[in-house]
Design a protein around this ligand. Structure first.
Ligand code: SF4
Ligand code: SF4
Length: 229
């Protein structure tokens, strides 16, 4: 299962970004952050206690089932009531959830989590990065293994030469990404492709050019058939 992987910010940082906003509404997410143990019911309640100890007044706490999806009209009305007497909203969700909640209020909406990566749950409660959303996927050139994520130096043209027994020289607990690429291409009978020198990656398709945008064709609404109510 792939998820948006998050990590809680330190209490000190949250206190800093809350600043003088003492009356706070806490909002968690019932999906990825619940699974990651960063923004579910227990973590929201724990965060409320920690902020209270620091002199803040957590006025309400709630967990939206899927924070990155728009709330229906009724949910928005409930949300408006929830935040009517606060100075800021602290969101324990990934950046997508924070952005969505920002649409519901003119109050400051602040992130309590850092959004790290798209990850796979390799075993219960343990996530491994799979994609850094670079905007120009090269998996097709490397046997389905991402050199940006799996190689600590994001090398595109072969290993750095520092790996030991298939492990990365930067982090010995991790497999060398280039060993993975080599093994995979060998299995696929495509090792000859490694002799090709790959061009520099076009990072302009990544996050350096401002917010990326894409329009997806929307199918037309169904035409109601005659004679049916
Ligand atoms: S090449 Fe880019 S888009 Fe493809 S898996 Fe790696 S980081 Fe993700
Ligand atoms: S040891 Fe392997 S994974 Fe680590 S930086 Fe070098 S090539 Fe990349």
């Amino acid at each position: 299962m792939m998820k948006s992987i998050t990590q809680q910010k330190s209490t000190d940082e949250i206190v800093r970004i809350l600043g003088s906003s003492h009356k706070v509404a806490l909002v968690g997410c019932g999906t990825c952050p619940t699974m990651a143990g960063t923004g579910g019911v227990n973590e929201v309640s724990d965060m409320a206690s920690r902020l209270a100890e620091k002199g803040f007044k957590p006025v309400s706490d709630t967990v939206i089932p899927v924070a990155c999806e728009p709330l229906p009209a009724e949910g928005r009305r409930e949300f408006a009531q929830l935040v009517q007497d606060v100075e800021a909203v602290l969101v324990l969700a990934c950046s997508l959830g924070v952005r969505m909640v920002s649409d519901y209020t003119d109050l400051p909406v602040l992130p309590a989590l850092n959004t790290l990566f798209i990850g796979r749950e390799a075993e219960p409660g343990f996530f491994e990065e799979e994609c850094a959303q670079c905007g120009d996927c090269v998996l097709g050139d490397y046997g389905g293994i991402c050199p940006i994520v799996q190689c600590a130096k994001s090398l595109f043209n072969g290993p750095c030469g520092g790996s030991v027994e298939g492990k990365c020289e930067v982090e010995a607990s991790l497999p060398c990404g280039w060993q993975l690429i080599f093994d995979r291409l060998k299995k696929l009978g495509r090792l000859d492709e490694l002799s090709e020198v790959r061009p520099y990656k076009d990072w302009s398709k990544s996050v350096s050019g401002g917010a990326r945008r894409m329009r997806i064709p929307v199918p037309p609404p169904p035409v109601p058939s005659e004679g049916k109510e």
